[in-house]
Design a binder for this molecule. Structure first.
Ligand code: GUN
Length: 294
């Protein structure tokens, strides 16, 4: 299946078209799923788990299901109460690990404080770990042979690839985030593309002195509470011609309109990293399914 967006550039008028690239990847996933289901007679299946009723998590997971189903991926969801014990959650993961109709498992983070996230993520079968967070998949990323990699960082480097920045030799990439979901996996994905990588975070002094050096600036601060808050990343904080990737939702970290005039390319919020995260998750589910049925 092809669509009219196939030929259009991903960076257009200084804006990285995350939705356009996401649609392209999702169409490719849908085509591959269709062919594999026709060949093997088994549909890929993603199972998500949320513990507690965080509205943000519920919204993101709903989007993941909708996109999966559109791509021909079956999905199931376990919404567990906030007071679910770690033991019960581990039992559920064990059951899903052993269910051969399930190809991908995603436990939405964060988890309630009484549950040890490391134990839960570590219990997921690496073959079904479509988040790429399990020890085996982190180890593969560390050595540069990743199979399933974290959706948001993977979406970011896929956008860079699509605008001709697949080799970042002599480029300085600055990440403002040190989380296990975004910043830490992104360090390795960028290093593996030969970037010089600097990581900044809430305890970094003089942030602009780093951001002004960035050829690629990835920001995931996420502290804006309203449209009226001052912008974190203003044009005076970036280098002329930089590529600026804004991971934060729903409000973004970047003064988009002002930065657009100075950057080579900047991602919009919404329509930038968010749709790419979904596309990379679907890619991971397809890859996990392919590995398990072959
Ligand atoms: N919470 C925020 N982003 C993510 C993600 O990519 N995966 C999971 N499992 N939880 C998240």
């Amino acid at each position: 299946m092809s669509n009219e967006n196939d030929q259009k550039p991903i960076c257009e008028d200084g804006v990285i078209k995350g939705r356009r690239l996401s649609n392209r990847i999702r169409t490719g996933v849908q085509d591959e799923v269709e062919a594999l289901v026709a060949k093997h007679g088994i549909s890929p299946k993603l199972v998500t788990v949320i513990v507690g009723g965080d509205p943000g998590s519920e919204m993101y997971v709903r989007m993941k299901h909708k996109a999966s189903n559109k791509a021909g991926i079956l999905s199931d969801h376990h919404g567990l109460p906030e007071d679910t014990s770690q033991e019960d959650l581990l039992k559920l993961i064990d059951k899903l690990n052993n269910d051969e109709t399930v190809h991908g498992i995603l436990v939405q983070l964060p988890l309630p404080k009484h549950i040890d996230e490391k134990k839960i993520i570590g219990a997921i079968d690496p073959l079904k770990d479509v988040d790429g967070f399990s020890p085996t998949n982190i180890y593969r990323l560390f050595y540069g042979g990743e199979k399933l990699s974290a959706a948001t960082p993977h979406g970011i480097v896929t956008m860079l690839d699509a605008i001709g920045m697949d080799d970042l030799s002599s480029k300085h990439a600055v990440i403002i985030n040190r989380s296990t979901i975004v910043g830490k996996p992104l360090i390795f994905l960028l290093l593996n593309r030969n970037a010089t990588v600097t990581v900044c975070h809430s305890r970094t002094a003089d942030l602009p002195s780093f951001t002004r050096q960035a050829d690629v600036l990835v920001t995931a601060i996420g502290r804006r509470k309203s449209e009226d808050d001052s912008f974190y990343i203003s044009p005076d904080m970036i280098k002329e011609g930089a590529v600026v990737i804004d991971v934060s939702t729903p409000l973004g970290d970047v003064d988009f309109e002002a930065v657009k005039g100075k950057a080579k390319c900047v991602t919009p919020v919404p329509g930038g990293v968010g749709p790419m995260t979904i596309a990379m998750l679907l890619r991971n589910v397809l890859d996990a399914y392919s590995a398990q049925i072959s």
